[in-house]
Design a protein around this ligand. Structure first.
Ligand code: 5GP
Ligand code: ZN
Length: 115
């Protein structure tokens, strides 16, 4: 847990946000500014600033959080229609919250290449 981190506060409940799903490694919440009909955030409980800062010991946690994303997509019935998962890392990617998270977007066709 890190002070002054929005996502640590969402994980701990300091910022009241419905946890749509959770496991020992992460929580799933709806994005506050959805960019698609379904826009979920899968947030590791561990405060890791970005994919660029994951340590060797933390990789298993990232794998478990990716698994949580797949289970959330399955629970939302998205396996057939498809969905996009995104991890923004750093400035050029547009990361705005410095606590690693996976975006799960679905409910409309996604463009490629992304903007
Ligand atoms: P990033 O730009 O870092 O990849 O994504 C951060 C995401 O977190 C954005 O899509 C933004 O809308 C979302 N977000 C920021 N603050 C909050 C919040 O307090 N609650 C929720 N549910 N989402 C947030
Ligand atoms: Zn944090």
């Amino acid at each position: 847990m890190s002070v002054d981190c929005t996502f640590c506060d969402i994980v701990s409940g300091v910022i009241p946000t419905e946890h749509l799903a959770s496991d020992p490694f992460g929580v799933v919440v709806a994005d506050i500014h959805p960019q698609a009909p379904t826009h979920l955030l899968i947030i590791p409980k561990l405060h890791i600033r970005s994919l660029a800062e994951v340590t060797e010991a933390e990789w298993p946690t990232i794998g478990r959080v990716l698994g949580l994303a797949a289970r959330a997509a399955h629970a939302c019935g998205l396996d057939q229609s498809g969905y996009r998962t995104v991890i923004n890392s750093g400035l050029n990617a547009g990361q705005t919250v410095d606590h690693l998270h996976i975006h799960l977007l679905a409910g409309r066709p996604m463009l490629w290449p992304p903007g």
